[in-house]
Design a protein. Structure first.
Length: 397
C-alpha cells in the first residue's frame, strides 16, 4: 500500500515543526481515529519539546526538523517556526516530498516568498499557507454580503486593527527584531492584507505608508540571552507605558498606516496600533449602493449594512447580520483550516487559502514597510510570474 492509499484508510500522519504560540493549531490537527494524528514533534528548544510532548501521543521527537524529512511514515508537516526560518525549512520539506502547511506569513521578503513558490512547483509537492482568517466567520460573512450585492460593487475598503496585547505578543520576543520579521506591517498585517484582497477580488499594485516606533522604543528591555519573564502571556501590564522586559532588540514600528491601490481599481487603507485598550479588527467596505461594517470580529458579533439614504448619522442600520457560532481557536477558524489542509493533502485541488494570495499579502506588506522607512514614498508591488499564478490557480496540478 503506497502513501496515498494508506492516507485514505488511516489517519493522516503529521509532523509538527515549531511548538511555540501556535501550538493550538497542532492540537487541532491531533484527532486520532478521526482523520489526522500528530505523529512527530520538532522544536529546537529541548525544554519546549519535553513540555509540549505530553499534549500529544507523538511517537517521534527531535530537535532537528531534518530528522522528520527522512521518515516514510510522515505524510505532511506543519511548519510554525519564526518567520525568518520559513524559506529554508519549507523548501527542505517540499524537496523531501512532504506536503507542507506553512504558517503565515509566507516569508519576510518578496524574493523569499517567490523562492518557496518556485520550489513547490519544481518539486510538485503540495504547499498550503495558513491564512486562517479566510475561515473566520466574520470574514466569510462579509464576503457573502458583498457577493449578494447588498452594497453594490465594492470601491473602497478600510481596516483599523486595534492590538491591545501588542506589547506582550510582539515586543517581548523575536517579533520586535526587523531582521526576523521585516516589520509588523508585514508580520501582523499579512492576515488583514490577505482579507482585503479576498473581499476586493484583486491584489495590491501600489502602496505608500507611514509609521514609527512611538511608545515601545523607550521602555525597559531585557539583556540578550535573558529568558522572557515568568507569567509572559498570562499577566499583562496596563497602561502600556508600564510594560517592561521587552526584547533586547526593538526596531519595528508600533503604529503604521498604509494606503493601497489594487489591480481592479479599488482603493484600500490599513491602520495598526499596538497599544490600544481593546483587541479587534474593524472592517468597512463601501460599494456603489451601500456600506458594511463589523462591530466585533468573533462569533455572535454583528456586521451592519447601510444601503438606504442619504441620512445623517444613525446607529441603526438597514440589515444586521450576526457572525455565526463556532468552536475552536480564532473564532472556529483553526479547526476549519486544518480540515481543509488535510483534505488538500489527501485529494489536492483548489482551496480557500492561496499560496499566490499569501505571496501578494507579503509583497504588499513588504513594499509598504519600505515606504515607511523611506518617508512615505510610494512603491510598486512586484508582479508574480504568470506561470506560477496559473499553476497554483489550477490547484497545483
Amino acid at each position: 500500500m503506497d502513501l496515498w492509499e494508506r492516507t485514505f484508510v488511516e489517519d493522516l500522519r503529521i509532523g509538527v515543526i515549531g511548538l511555540g504560540l501556535r501550538t493550538n493549531l497542532a492540537l487541532a490537527a491531533h484527532r486520532p481515529g478521526r482523520g489526522s494524528v500528530v505523529a512527530a514533534l520538532c522544536d529546537s528548544d529541548p525544554a519546549v519539546l519535553k513540555q509540549q510532548a505530553g499534549r500529544f501521543e507523538a511517537e517521534f521527537r527531535t530537535e532537528d526538523y531534518r530528522d522528520l524529512l527522512v521518515r516514510t511514515d510522515i505524510d505532511a508537516v506543519v511548519v510554525m517556526t519564526p518567520d525568518d526560518t520559513h524559506e529554508r525549512i519549507a523548501i527542505d520539506c517540499l524537496e523531501a516530498g512532504k506536503a507542507v502547511y506553512l504558517e503565515k506569513p509566507l516569508a519576510i521578503t518578496v524574493e523569499s516568498g517567490d523562492r518557496i513558490l518556485h520550489a513547490a512547483r519544481r518539486t510538485g509537492t503540495r504547499l498550503y499557507v495558513g491564512h486562517n482568517m479566510r475561515h473566520m466567520g466574520v470574514v466569510r460573512l462579509m464576503r457573502d454580503i458583498i457577493a449578494r450585492g447588498d452594497i453594490g460593487e465594492p470601491k473602497t475598503i478600510w481596516v483599523r486593527h486595534f492590538v491591545s496585547y501588542g506589547g506582550d505578543y510582539y515586543f517581548k520576543d523575536w517579533h520586535a527584531d526587523r531582521t526576523r520579521t521585516t516589520g509588523l506591517l508585514l508580520q501582523k498585517a499579512a492576515h488583514d492584507l490577505d482579507v482585503i484582497h479576498w473581499l476586493a477580488g484583486g491584489y495590491t499594485t501600489r502602496v505608500n505608508a507611514l509609521g514609527d516606533l512611538t511608545l515601545y522604543g523607550d521602555l525597559p528591555r531585557r539583556d540578550p540571552g535573558t529568558p522572557r519573564p515568568e507569567g509572559w502571556l498570562r499577566e499583562f501590564e496596563w497602561p502600556p507605558t508600564r510594560r517592561e522586559n521587552l526584547h533586547h532588540i526593538v526596531d519595528v514600528e508600533d503604529v503604521s498606516v498604509m494606503n493601497m491601490r489594487l489591480d481592479n481599481g479599488i482603493i484600500a487603507a490599513y491602520q495598526q496600533c499596538h497599544y490600544t485598550p481593546d483587541y479587534w479588527r474593524n472592517y468597512t467596505v463601501i460599494g456603489t449602493e451601500g456600506r458594511l461594517e463589523n462591530f466585533g470580529d468573533g462569533p455572535g458579533d454583528t456586521v451592519k449594512v447601510w444601503n438606504s439614504g442619504p441620512t445623517g448619522y444613525r446607529d441603526d442600520c438597514d440589515i444586521a447580520y450576526q457572525v455565526p457560532a463556532a468552536t475552536g481557536g480564532h473564532g472556529g477558524a483553526d479547526p476549519q483550516i486544518i480540515a481543509e489542509f488535510c483534505r488538500f493533502v489527501r485529494e489536492g485541488g483548489v482551496t480557500d487559502t492561496s499560496p499566490v494570495a499569501a505571496r501578494m499579502s507579503v509583497a504588499a506588506g513588504y513594499m509598504a514597510t519600505l515606504s515607511v522607512r523611506d518617508g512615505g514614498a510610494p512603491y510598486d508591488v512586484p508582479a508574480l510570474d504568470p506561470d506560477l499564478i496559473a499553476y497554483f490557480d489550477r490547484g497545483q496540478v
